[in-house]
Each structure stands twice: as C-alpha cells, then as structure tokens.
Design a binder for this molecule. Structure first.
Ligand code: TRP
Length: 325
C-alpha cells in the first residue's frame, strides 16, 4: 500500500504560470506514486476573507484548471474542505490539546496580525489547528508544502504527538515533503508571480491575453533604445524563454546582446511560445467546460471518498476520547 499524501490549497481561482510550475506539476508527479488527497481549503480562506462573493467561482476555476492540467480524479481524491464537515469536529477536539502559546508564536499568524490588525479573529488563530485536522482526518503521512508552511507542519506534528500521548496512538506523524519548485518571477521582474502583485499570466489565458500581458512585461532597464545592446541575464523575459522557448535560447541570447532583436519582438516570440505550450491544456479545459456538471461531479465523488475515511477516523477519535454514547 503506497503512503497517503494530503495537501490543501487555498481557492485562488484561475491558476497562473507560477502555480503551474510550483504546485500543479508537483501534484501530477505525486499522484503517480502515492495515494493523494487534494483538498481545496475554503474554510481556511474564510479566516482572512472579507466576502464570499467569488468563493464558488474561485473553487470551480481552480479545480477545472487542475483537471485540465491532468490531475486525475481516478487516481487522486479531489475535494472541497467544507464538503466534509467532519474536519470541523476534529478541529474542536484538537484545539483542546493545543496550547494557545504555540499558536501565538506562529510566524504567519504574527504577520497577519501586523497586516490586518483590524481583523484578528478567533478562526485565524486556529488556522494551524484546522490544517492539522485536515491532515489528521485523512491520516496523511506525507504533506507536500512550500517552505513557508514548514512551521505549520512542525506544529501539526506537535499537536498530533500530544494527542497520541494523551489518548492513544491514532495518528501517524506527518512528514513534510518540500516542494522543489522553480520560483517563477512575475512580469514586473521584481517578485514572485502572484495574483496579488498582478504580475501573472493565467494558464488558461487566451492567446490575445497572453500577448497583452507579456507586452507589458518589464525587461532590461539599461536598454532604452532598440539599438542598445541587451543584458539577457537580468531580463525576466529571457528567463521565461528558457522555460518556454528552450530550442532558441542561445539564438535569442546572442541576438539580444548584439541588439539584433528588440524587446518587442522578443516578447512576441515569448507570447507565441507560451500560447503553444498551453494549447493542449486550453483545449482540454474547453472540452471539460462543455460538460457544465463535470467539476461538481468530481468534487462530489471526491467528498464521498474523503468522507468515508473521515468518518472512520472520527469514530476512532471519539472512541479513545470516551465521547461515544
Ligand atoms: N496552509 C496551507 C497554505 O496556506 C493550506 C493548507 C490547509 C494545507 N490545510 C493543509 C497544506 C493541509 C497542507 C496540508 O498554503
């Protein structure tokens, strides 16, 4: 029996190139080797959300992108966190073995307090306990996460260790599996590609949209005029060429350095490569979209499979805690 992977993802809507090379490709590899549970954590999103107006669409578009990218509901359990409400019950039990001091020390919590001091709610403090409940409810053994999530995972291990030592060994200690990912720098050339920095290209973007977005990309600032020689080593458009136009990288580098090619042309070539790269993906997405109920069916089936595991775990938990009638 292969080990069980659990991972949760905040519902961020349509996925961009950064998500694709970070998260999605990693999930694709893991599903070949492990039994994977991929969960859209809508309850976690509520801890910092001001409104739920776009929540349903965000969940839908994210799952649709995943499916179009090849995450396979026959191999992996794809579901939405709130569709299996048992997680909130386990959250309650785990909260009783979690010292408040542990939660107040968590770096992401401290940062959110700094950034949104007007909305430090009870749910936000419990964010890592809810995350622990996710992993524990499905007895996740391997948890693929980015570096920023390591403190959360360390806390999850401590909470579960504590539960196990008080009530009995029910939960495996989850191991973090650091996602090796090539960080994609956004179109502004300054920071990680993200929705919040508005420096992204959606993987389902139309060719026209891809062209427009890439046209606005930041390039080598020393290259003011078309005749100035360029410096590909500091140009993010060139970095993206390495991914999307691998066959012409040497040529593009040389042409840029000798001002044989201008930034506009270089960007148009990149737009073409990106368009081509995601062509099969776009086609698959359109095909899946033509069955309006498809995404709902996938997450409904995922929730049913997840719930079977969840009920079993909760039964064990309530047994050892003497909570069953
Ligand atoms: N905290 C994670 C993030 O912000 C999301 C998450 C929720 C998660 N539950 C999880 C990740 C369980 C791994 C396992 O990205």
């Amino acid at each position: 029996m292969s080990k069980r992977v659990f991972s949760g993802f905040r519902p961020t809507g349509r996925q961009h190139i950064g998500n694709y090379f970070g998260t999605i490709q990693n999930c694709l590899c893991l599903q070949e080797e492990y039994e994977c549970f991929y969960c859209v954590v809508d309850l976690h999103a509520l801890t910092t959300l001001e409104s739920t107006l776009t929540l349903k669409d965000d969940v839908y578009n994210m799952v649709l992108d995943w499916l179009a990218a090849g995450i396979d509901p026959d191999k992996s359990v794809i579901f939405v966190q709130s569709h299996v409400p048992e997680v909130t019950e386990l959250h309650m039990y785990l909260s009783m073995v979690t010292p408040l001091s542990w939660l107040l020390r968590v770096p992401t919590f401290k940062e959110k307090v700094r950034m949104h001091s007007e909305n430090v709610n009870y749910g936000l403090v419990g964010y890592p306990v809810l995350m622990t409940s996710d992993i524990a409810l499905y007895k996740g053994e391997v948890v693929p996460v980015g570096e920023d999530q390591l403190p959360h995972l360390e806390l999850a291990r401590e909470i579960l260790r504590r539960f196990n030592s008080i009530f009995g060994e029910i939960f495996p200690e989850p191991q973090a599996k650091l996602t090796e990912f090539s960080m994609i720098v956004g179109l502004n050339g300054a920071e990680k590609m993200s929705k919040s920095a508005d420096n992204y290209i959606e993987i389902a973007a139309s060719p026209d949209d891809i062209r427009k977005r890439i046209s606005s990309a930041y390039t080598d600032p020393a290259r003011k005029y078309r005749s100035d020689p360029g410096h590909p080593e500091i140009c993010n458009v060139f970095t993206l060429h390495k991914i999307f136009t691998p066959g012409r990288v040497a040529e593009l580098e040389q042409e840029c350095r000798r001002a044989g090619i201008g930034c506009t042309d270089c960007k148009m070539i990149l737009a073409q490569s990106v368009t081509q790269y995601f062509e099969p993906f776009r086609e698959r997405r359109l095909r899946l979209q033509s069955r309006p109920e498809y995404v709902s069916e996938v997450v409904r089936d995922g929730a049913a499979r997840a719930a079977a595991v969840a009920r079993q775990t909760l039964h064990e938990v309530k047994t050892v805690m003497n909570l069953l009638p």
